[in-house]
Every structure is written in structure tokens, then in C-alpha cells.
Design a binder for this molecule. Structure first.
Ligand SMILES: O=C[C@H](O)[C@H](O)[C@H](O)COP(=O)(O)O
Length: 249
């Protein structure tokens, strides 16, 4: 029998990481808003600051869910336009390794997340203690896939050594899950990922894969709870206590 793991502390850790990220938001910033349960904590905390008149920001969200939440909280939203860059994007992750390579897309928002991350000067990841891993790959790698291409994408992923599973809708388990763009989501089990750059390149060559959930070289820092404390992780550097930073390092 599998032991039941108590994960109730993880939500508190997500809130703590989100609160630490809020300290890095400065008045007047253009902010990218991530997706998922950790990013939602950040959006709520940012919304409270905006409502209190303590911060003025403009934001673009990485999913319809985050956009709706931000709108409800009165965070001013801006549409994509040429030349738009974000000072800071705060987003969660499904896995973070010591190089700050990420697996993202467990919530299906990988495409918009990668677009906004790439349009940002600083991608800051926020995560609970379960997300920091020595090597990526325990969490299946999400792909966003054009529906027509699905059979061939499944063949191509299998040829790369992956076991692809089409994600089903949580509301209706008989239907495929759909991204905000109306595409399908495929979760790929590759096992431990040793050659992430090579895999990212290979996935990019497969027609019908709109985007994959490997985020390589995009995150500048991560605020991750470790041993009960929020730590700042930067690529291949020793963790530092989040309290030692009052601004973007
Ligand atoms: O598509 C979803 C995103 O990549 C999320 O940031 C990721 O799945 C982490 O979500 P959560 O904070 O809920 O664990």
C-alpha cells in the first residue's frame, strides 16, 4: 500500500514563496503573471497591494484563468503589442533543477508562459519544496499539440523514447483536455532527462508540436522553500536566504 503523504504544508510554502516574490515588484513595473496554484497566490497578494494603493503595476497574464483572477482583483491588464517587454514575470514550475532548467505546463499554460517568459527581462520562479529536483524528468513533459497532428506526434515522441499520454479533461474524463488556444496537451514520460537541450531541439522539429514544457535558460532566479525557509536559487549557484535581497539580484 502506498503511504498517504501529507501535502498540506506545501500550500503554505507556495504562499511564502509568493510573498517573497512580491518584495521584488517595484512601483511602475510591467509584470507577467504566471499560471497555477503558486502563481495564483502571487496574483492574490499583488492584487491586495494594488487595491491598497501600495503598488501601481500593469500586467499581462499567461492564461485565461490568471487573467480572470487578475481582473477580479483590479490589477490593470495590458494586451500584447509590438515592443512590449515585462520587467518581471513571476511564475510557478513543475520541476526546477540546479541549472534553473524547468519543466512547466502541468496546468496546460506552457505556450503563453513561454511567450511571456521570453518577452521578460527577468523570469522569477516561485515554488514549494517538492519542485526542486536534482534532475528533470520525474514529472512528465507537457506538449501543446495541434489536434490534426496528434497521431504523428505520438509516433514521433515514442521514436524519441518517450511514452506519450494524451491529457484528458478534468471536467469530462471522456474528452481531451484543451489549452486556452484550443490545442491538445500530451504528457510525455521520458524518465530522467539527461540531454535536455538535445530533447528540446528534437521536439521543436516535429510538425504539430506548438510548444514543449522545457524552459531552458529562461529563469534568472527561483524562490524555493527549502528546509522551511524561502531560498533564492540562481543558475548553478549556492542557495541564499531570500531575506538578503530587497530587489532583483
Ligand atoms: O501550466 C502550468 C504552469 O506551468 C504551472 O506554473 C505549473 O504547472 C506549476 O503549477 P502549480 O503552482 O499549481 O504547481
Amino acid at each position: 500500500m502506498t503511504p498517504i503523504q501529507d501535502k498540506s504544508h506545501l500550500d503554505q510554502e507556495k504562499q511564502d514563496a509568493a510573498r517573497a516574490a512580491l518584495r521584488w515588484v517595484q512601483d511602475g513595473m510591467l509584470v507577467g503573471l504566471g499560471t497555477g496554484s503558486t502563481a495564483a497566490h502571487f496574483i492574490r497578494q499583488l492584487g491586495a497591494k494594488v487595491q491598497a494603493g501600495e503598488l501601481r503595476v500593469q500586467a499581462t497574464a499567461t492564461s485565461l484563468a490568471s487573467e480572470n483572477l487578475a481582473r477580479q482583483l483590479g490589477i490593470p491588464l495590458i494586451e500584447p503589442r509590438r515592443g512590449l517587454r515585462f520587467n518581471l514575470t513571476v511564475d510557478g514550475a513543475d520541476e526546477v533543477d540546479p541549472h534553473l532548467h524547468l519543466i512547466k505546463g502541468g496546468g496546460g499554460a506552457l505556450l503563453r508562459e513561454k511567450i511571456i517568459a521570453t518577452a521578460s527581462d527577468y523570469l522569477l520562479v516561485i515554488a514549494d519544496s517538492s519542485k526542486a529536483v536534482a534532475q528533470l524528468g520525474k514529472f512528465p513533459l507537457p506538449l501543446e499539440v495541434v489536434s490534426f497532428a496528434l497521431p504523428w506526434v505520438l509516433d514521433a515522441v515514442a521514436a524519441l523514447g518517450g511514452n506519450p499520454v494524451v491529457r484528458m479533461s478534468q471536467q469530462d474524463p471522456d474528452k481531451h483536455a484543451q489549452s486556452d488556444q484550443g490545442n491538445l496537451l500530451v504528457d510525455c514520460h521520458f524518465g530522467a532527462l539527461n540531454e535536455v537541450e538535445q530533447l528540446a531541439r528534437q521536439l521543436k522539429t516535429i510538425p504539430g508540436i506548438v510548444e514543449h514544457g522545457l524552459f531552458l535558460g529562461l529563469a534568472r532566479a527561483a524562490l524555493v522553500v527549502q528546509h522551511g525557509q524561502v531560498q533564492v536559487l540562481r543558475p548553478d549557484a549556492a542557495p541564499q536566504a531570500a531575506d538578503s535581497f530587497a530587489a532583483l539580484p
